[in-house]
Design a protein. Structure first.
Length: 265
């Protein structure tokens, strides 16, 4: 009996050992799949970096928005282009959106260089306020001499070219390309390639000194017409001196057109 008990115990021991060995030799299982949230975290690491980049205010984006703001605030005509006179340090933003408000405009108006004070906000929060030194160009279409033009020369479109000009570089106001040059005369010579300024031209007279014109005087229902000698040249709307051909009296009148002047009682 003792021998049988020993053999039975040995059999049970061997069965337990073999079970443990089978467990150790069983094929390894597949690793558990990532949870959905973990998988999204791995795939989303790169977009997170991109989002961070979008939440940084760079110099180009800042200038583009500032150009719009100044154009609207200062009623600028033409294309305003700004550049920074000092290196721009990128500004971290709490959100992807941002807004720029000019809190101090240039004291002397637009010029080649000036300072403005600006406030930047993002996501409903104020990010900061700075005084920014800027360099500016303001491009407008003006008349440019195609060849040399001489003083006293009558202008027309064939002598000029409409080109974009940086008006902030010119000391004198330029003649806009919207102005009809046939209404202007040159008062000074202009080199080829130079923009026309107001100093270079004068309104072309419709009545010239020494011309005999019709003078009309009207008060209520009473109207008088006479002939007079123009003592001055002038454009439409100008006041000039005249001499009555009959009485030799000098009078002042406003030019209506190329042969008529009106006087007021």
């Amino acid at each position: 009996m003792r021998a049988l008990s020993a053999i039975a115990g040995l059999a049970l021991l061997n069965a337990s050992a073999f079970a443990q060995l089978d467990s150790l030799l069983a094929p390894l299982g597949q690793p558990p799949a990532l949870r959905a949230s973990e998988a999204r975290g791995v795939r989303g690491s790169e977009p997170a970096t991109a989002a961070e980049a979008r939440a940084t205010l760079g110099g180009d984006a800042f200038l583009a928005e500032l150009e719009k703001e100044l154009t609207a605030r200062m009623s600028v005509t033409g294309e305003l282009k700004l550049s920074l006179t000092r290196p721009w340090q990128p500004v971290k933003l709490p959100a992807q959106d941002f807004a720029i408000a000019v809190t101090e405009l240039p004291i002397g108006g637009l010029s080649g260089t000036f300072f403005v004070r600006v406030k930047v906000s993002s996501g409903g929060e104020m990010v900061g306020e700075w005084q920014v030194p800027l360099r500016a160009q303001l491009w407008q279409e003006g008349w440019v001499a195609s060849s040399r033009l001489d003083r006293g020369q009558a202008l027309d479109r064939s002598l000029l070219a409409a080109q974009k000009v940086d008006v902030l570089r010119e000391r004198q106001p330029l003649i806009s390309a919207e102005t009809d040059p046939s209404l202007l005369d040159l008062t000074t010579s202009v080199a080829a390639g130079r923009p026309l300024t107001r100093r270079d031209v004068a309104a072309r007279p419709v009545i010239r000194k020494g011309q005999v014109v019709e003078v009309v005087a009207q008060q209520g229902l009473l109207a008088i017409s006479m002939k007079a000698l123009a003592l001055e040249s002038g454009a439409a709307g100008d006041l000039i001196k005249l001499r009555n051909l009959e009485s030799r009296r000098e009078i002042n009148g406003q030019i209506i057109n190329e042969n008529k002047v009106q006087i007021h009682f």
